[in-house]
Design a binder for this molecule. Structure first.
Ligand code: GLN
Length: 483
């Protein structure tokens, strides 16, 4: 039963082959048995899950239907869940129970999804390896000595190991697409404003976006359908109708113009990944796509711009964790300043502290123009590059990451080496565009992802292309040994 996709689960539930309660029990037992190897969950919500599963079964018995009604999922532990610990992977929020549900959590619950638990993540979503979590590193099910990617590494590892069919994640600079690539999943970062950020603990507000991680594009369509939509409580949410993503999966790719940027194939890319990406291009050509060489000339500036903008916003967002209002408070503070300093010094881990310092520096008087303002100008140039490219092509295709997963600990002493892994993903966040990563093959037994980018609000196009690709390839069906 644990091998079923969301789409298969929906059919099985509709055909009364099994109940949501039965399925939920199977998956909870599987998590109890296998997750100790992976560490992909921070909290399990067994009681809530069984209660939601029974309620979903009752709704189905009353004639209700829906692709998510009774479907087991999990949430990255930065989505607020009422009365349940919402840690953001940090000691700072280890004792924090959210007073309300994030809009995404509430919408999925209303659609009948069953929450099995909250998944592990890099602390405050800062990282690409899931090693900065206060709750310990997550292991990649494809090789337990390797990282699963981050920051949504817990969601990715859990879905890849078939502990559950799908999970939510968030993507500020690649945190859905990169762990999807490193664990052989399909992951989608929607257009900025497509999914509500209300109740999603902020890392960098102008870049953060929630989205689905699943094994197939078909399942991402189902989960995104439940997450997307206008939310008056998020002032950056956009009031744009949500199409029926599942209905759009079977569109023909005949004549689809795919742009392949020459800058993507530079020295930093593992040549074996380059070969797999070109093989995916060939596959899409067979389905009728036409390939065009394009250029994104400002791409080389994306990492420096992102690593100014994201920490700058983080330094502001994380100022609310002061030992007074939320979460961790140090023991026996001597005075107010001591309370602030020690609560933050003891509550935040090293990567978070590093980013707060970088961000506060970049925003300080005298440096603002040199760093923050400059980074914002680069951001606009990157967006303009995409706008020019999308005048000529319908989709942009390339690698999701320059390398496959690396060994646990391998990049710990060199944060910049980890930052460089984000080179292909962060431009979509800087421009606010939707992006999807899907399985494209293996290098040394480790999964490789191909990334597709589309114009604003064209998530449906990404899902359509990925689904057609998955109808004709079987990379996404490969299962890690032992799971
Ligand atoms: N790796 C990037 C960072 O560390 C992206 C993280 C994310 O998307 N949350 O900032």
């Amino acid at each position: 039963m644990h091998q079923l996709t969301l789409a298969e689960i929906a059919r099985g539930l509709a055909d009364k082959k099994f109940s949501s309660e039965e399925l939920t029990k199977v998956l909870l037992a599987r998590i109890a048995q296998l997750d100790p190897q992976l560490n992909s969950f921070i909290s399990l919500t067994e009681d809530l899950a069984l209660q939601q599963a029974k309620a979903a079964d009752a709704r189905r018995a009353n004639g209700e239907s829906g692709a998510l009604l009774g479907a087991p999922i999990a949430h990255k532990d930065l989505f607020c869940t009422q009365g349940i610990r919402t840690s953001c992977g940090s000691k700072m929020l280890d004792n924090f129970k959210a007073p309300y549900d994030a809009t995404v959590v509430a919408k999925l619950a209303a659609a009948g999804a069953v929450t099995l638990g909250k998944t592990n993540m890099d602390e405050f979503a800062m990282g690409s390896a899931n090693e900065s979590s206060y709750y310990g590193a997550v292991k990649n099910p494809w090789n337990l000595e390797y990282v699963p990617g981050g920051s949504s590494g817990g969601s990715a590892a859990a879905v890849a190991a078939r502990l559950l069919p799908a999970a939510t994640g968030t993507d500020t600079g690649g945190s859905i697409r990169q762990p999807a690539a490193l664990t052989n999943l399909t992951g989608l970062k929607p257009t900025y404003g497509r999914v509500s950020r209300w109740g999603m603990i902020a890392y960098a507000s102008s870049l953060d976006q929630g989205g689905p991680l699943a094994r197939t594009a078909e399942d991402c369509a189902i989960l995104l359908q439940g997450m997307a939509g206008f939310d008056p409580q998020d002032s950056t949410s956009i009031d744009e109708p949500v199409p029926d993503y599942s209905a759009g999966l079977n569109g023909s790719l005949q004549g689809l113009r795919i742009g392949v940027p020459k800058e993507y194939f530079s020295a930093g890319l593992d040549p074996r990944i380059a070969d797999l990406i070109m093989a995916s291009v060939e596959e899409l050509k067979k389905l009728g796509a036409v390939i065009k060489d394009i250029s994104l000339p400002n791409m080389q500036h994306a990492i420096p711009a992102y690593y100014v903008i994201a920490p700058a916003e983080a330094s502001s967002n994380l100022s609310r964790f002061d030992g007074v209002r939320f979460g961790y408070r140090c023991e026996a503070p001597k005075n107010l300043e001591d309370l602030y300093k020690r609560s933050r010094g003891e509550g935040f881990g090293p990567e978070v502290q590093r980013r707060i310092m970088v961000g506060a520096y970049a925003l300080s008087a005298g440096y603002y123009d040199a760093y923050y303002l400059k980074a914002q100008k680069i951001r606009r140039l990157i967006k303009n590059d995409f706008m020019a490219a999308f005048n000529e092509v319908d989709i942009i295709l390339g690698p999701t990451t320059p390398n496959p997963a690396w060994k646990l600990g391998a990049k710990n002493s060199d944060p910049v080496a980890a930052y460089l892994e984000d080179v292909y993903t962060i431009t979509a966040n800087l421009a606010g565009l939707p992006g999807l990563s899907m399985p494209a093959g293996f290098v040394d037994g480790l999964p490789v992802g191909v990334q597709l980018l589309a114009p604003y609000f064209q998530e449906g196009r990404l899902l359509n292309v990925a689904h057609q690709y998955q109808q004709n390839t079987d990379w996404h069906t490969r299962t890690p040994t032992g799971f």
